[in-house]
Design a protein around this ligand. Structure first.
Ligand code: PGA
Length: 254
């Protein structure tokens, strides 16, 4: 199965900078081993779609409104994203949970609205440093998975990808060890098994994210049961990111 590589630009690079970036990346990308998606800022999605036409690179949004439409100044709806050719959306990123106070209930609503608009979801879950230090990682991850996927039918999981992103590893330069990533993936799959079924737990795609770099990518991509990666800071330099993609391709061949 192909590895999924998602580049999370967060609030970085202007549309002009992204234009240059995509023009450097797209001609170099052609892979039967990696599915590549760029999670661009909202304002660059439509021009990104145009620039990526003819390439195999898809578009991911970084957020979605939990409501269908209406008087919600500053929000962007699922229908708007679908209309401009976005394929999937990141939901529940820890920066949104902590900085923007997104709750499990809101994340659950966002997932349902994304699926209704035929958008795939990259659901981010992961323990905080406090959870980790108090041995509560498993409980924290399980609760996040349960809340986010409440009320979903099992067949809807084919459009859900779960990114295990320990909060203490995001943007900190502290990547989780192979053992920690394996353990996180195991907890995610166990939570899916309990909430849905063993089959669902085996089939759900699980990514890792958190301080992935050119240095540690080969170690990360070799983790058993990992279906891909979510790359933040290290995607911003196009040469570094092309290298990361090439390592993922090599890893996918194994
Ligand atoms: P990072 O971000 O690679 O900069 O740690 C990952 C993420 O937030 O998805």
């Amino acid at each position: 199965m192909k590895k999924l590589v998602v580049a999370n630009f967060k609030m970085n690079l202007t549309s002009s900078e992204i234009k240059k970036y995509v023009m450097a990346l797209a001609p170099k990308f052609n892979s039967d081993k990696v599915d590549l998606s760029l999670a661009l800022p909202f304002v660059s999605l439509e021009s990104g779609k145009f620039l990526l036409s003819g390439s195999d690179i898809s578009l991911t949004a970084q957020n979605i409104s939990e409501e269908e439409c209406g008087s919600l100044t500053g929000e962007v709806s699922g229908a708007m994203l679908k209309d401009i050719g976005v394929q999937r959306v990141i939901v529940g990123h820890s920066e949104r949970r902590t900085r923007f106070k997104e709750t499990g209930k809101s994340i659950n609503k966002k997932i349902k609205i994304a699926l209704k608009n035929r958008l795939q979801v990259v659901l981010c879950v992961g323990e905080s440093l406090i959870d980790k230090n108090s041995m509560k990682s498993q409980a924290a991850i399980t609760a996040q998975v349960d809340e986010a996927l409440k009320g979903l039918y099992e067949n809807e999981l084919e459009n859900i990808i779960i990114a295990y992103e320990p909060v203490w590893a995001i943007g900190t330069g502290k990547t989780a060890s192979v053992k920690e990533i394996e353990e996180g993936i195991k907890v995610v799959r166990k939570a899916i098994e309990t909430a849905f079924s063993k089959k669902a737990a085996t089939e759900v795609r699980v990514l890792y994210g958190g301080s992935i770099t050119a240095k540690n990518i080969s170690q990360v991509v070799g983790v058993a049961g990992l279906d891909g990666v979510l790359v933040g800071g290290s995607c911003l330099d196009v040469a570094t990111f092309i290298y990361i993609i090439s390592v993922c391709e090599a890893g996918a061949k194994k």
